[in-house]
Design a protein around this ligand. Structure first.
Ligand SMILES: Cc1cc2nc3c(=O)[nH]c(=O)nc-3n(C[C@H](O)[C@H](O)[C@H](O)COP(=O)(O)OP(=O)(O)OC[C@H]3O[C@@H](n4cnc5c(N)ncnc54)[C@H](O)[C@@H]3O)c2cc1C
Length: 453
């Protein structure tokens, strides 16, 4: 048996030196290893055939979607990998309005899902900035994004998963039932497992009725501290924001330079961008009035984004922060999370580390759920100085995350770049249990070898 017997079309199989460059690079700038082949299956049966082939040839396997992962998880590190790129499996199969579920293949992109369901009056809430990422990748990383503060993460919207296991057999996990107390929840175990346990080939997603109205508001603050205090004030006053994003002026400036668009406020050092949704317009107006009254003394400026154009402009700037950073400097982006009452302490500590280590540190993040994207900027530093300062700062930063009861990754995954820090923040017995589960499901360690642990 050869790979060509499973994937007969030339344009869907790339062997050794034919492997396109895109599979050899990654946003997190890792050095990648030489791969055996890249295959682009069209069907679950082809995925099963590929996994069985990999078993016979003892090839490590990596499942891959759009490749937007930022933890090095989709990167070949061992050498000789078979990459199974599921982007051709990109059909939206069925919207079942009775069970309010959408059946899709794993290569469908997030923006296609959102556009499709919204055109039918439904809503798929998870909203990572990378709208071109695939739903298979979102499930593998339990992607979060902007609306997690109100609606939760990808895990909360998966009813059923069809998965090809490491031996090449397929299984369906979960069900259409809203409740289950019927044995271990294997579906949730596979969600967020970063492609180490199985390859997702079909998904039934939960969708909601589309909220009828939404409005956004931009709040400018004198200091980062004032903005983080503002986050707690909003959360404690029953505003229930759909999204509550924080960014510093020094962060949004990159996006302004890249997009050539100015944020509606140029005052202060930090901002909150918030959306509120509801089925009643009056509820939104009432909540916006509350925001104004509780934050008038804390904020420098409160700007309701009244037109769709104004709203889209502010969110476009926010969505482009990461892409903008990529144009200007090498950097390392983190996605630490701390309990919400420790958010202000954590984010302010990153500024202390900037002074201590002499390395520029900027922040943005999903403030409403305690998830910070701290970014370490290389700028003009030479490689040796950058690596030395970076390591020292990261060690201090993750010690603080651990002290505050936080975790190294809220939504991007551990991949290869946070492995050491996971060890620090999970109990050894818990880590040992995770390794035993991996070993029970994938005894030959074929799937995404060397990731997470
Ligand atoms: C500009 C930008 C903004 C981003 N914003 C956010 C954000 O707001 N929130 C957030 O959570 N993330 C964000 N991300 C990170 C990234 O987009 C997510 O991790 C996304 O879920 C990855 O999807 P992907 O299709 O690109 O997967 P890939 O990068 O191809 O793979 C990521 C992981 O998923 C596994 N995988 C992929 N497909 C499958 C499958 N079918 N079966 C099993 N495993 C699979 C891979 O093996 C790998 O471990 C952002 C990234 C960028 C570049």
């Amino acid at each position: 048996m050869q790979l060509q017997d499973i994937i007969p079309d030339k344009g869907r199989l790339f062997l050794n030196n034919e492997v396109p460059e895109v599979y050899k690079t990654d946003y997190s700038y890792q050095k990648v290893a030489k791969v055996h082949a890249v295959a682009r299956p069209n069907t679950t049966e082809e995925v099963m055939g590929l996994v069985k082939f990999a078993n016979e040839e003892a090839l490590p396997i990596i499942a891959r979607g759009s490749g937007t992962g930022v933890a090095g998880s989709q990167v070949p590190i061992n050498g000789g990998e078979l990459i199974i790129d599921v982007q051709n499996m990109n059909r939206i199969l069925e919207l079942d309005e009775e069970t309010m579920t959408l059946t899709v293949e794993p290569g469908v992109q997030l923006n296609e899902i959102q556009t499709f369901v919204e055109s039918k009056g439904y809503f798929y809430p998870p909203d990572p900035g990378s709208k071109n990422s695939t739903i298979g990748g979102n499930i593998a990383t339990n992607a979060g994004g902007m609306r997690a503060v109100k609606y939760g993460t990808t895990r909360d919207y998966v009813r059923e998963l069809e998965v090809v296991l490491p031996d090449g057999e397929k299984v369906t996990l979960g069900s259409l039932n809203i409740k289950s107390s019927s044995g271990y929840d294997l579906k949730n175990l596979f969600i967020g497992s970063e492609g180490t346990l199985g390859i997702t080939t079909k998904i039934k997603l939960k969708v909601l009725p589309l909220p009828k109205f939404k409005k956004s508001v931009l709040l400018a603050f004198q200091s980062l501290k004032d903005a983080t205090n503002g986050v707690l004030t909003i959360l404690q006053n029953s505003i229930e924001p759909t999204a509550l994003e924080l960014f510093e002026r020094s962060t949004i400036e990159y996006s302004e330079r890249f997009t050539n668009i100015a944020l509606q406020s140029q005052k202060g050092d930090a901002y909150l961008l918030m959306t509120i949704d509801s089925n009643e317009e009056e509820t939104i107006s009432r909540k916006l009035d509350i925001v104004k009254s509780i934050l008038t003394n804390q904020a420098l400026e409160i700007i309701p984004l009244l037109t769709q154009e104004e709203e889209e402009k502010a969110w476009f700037l926010r969505d482009n922060i990461l892409v903008a950073l990529m144009q200007f400097t090498e950097f390392e982006m983190l996605d630490e999370v701390v309990p919400i009452n420790k958010f202000a302490e954590m984010i302010n500590y990153t500024k202390e580390l900037q002074e201590k280590h002499g390395l520029k540190v900027i922040n943005f993040g999903h403030a409403g759920d305690g998830n910070i994207h701290t970014v370490l900027m290389k700028e003009d530093l030479d490689d040796v100085t950058w690596q030395t300062k970076r390591k020292a700062l990261l060690d201090d930063l993750y010690d603080k995350v651990a002290e505050l009861g936080g975790l190294p990754s809220a939504e991007h995954g551990i991949g290869i770049i946070k492995k050491g820090y996971l060890e620090k923040m999970r109990h050894p017995v818990e880590l040992d249990l995770m390794r035993k589960i991996k070993n029970a499901i994938d005894p030959n360690n074929l799937l995404n070898r060397g990731k997470i642990f």
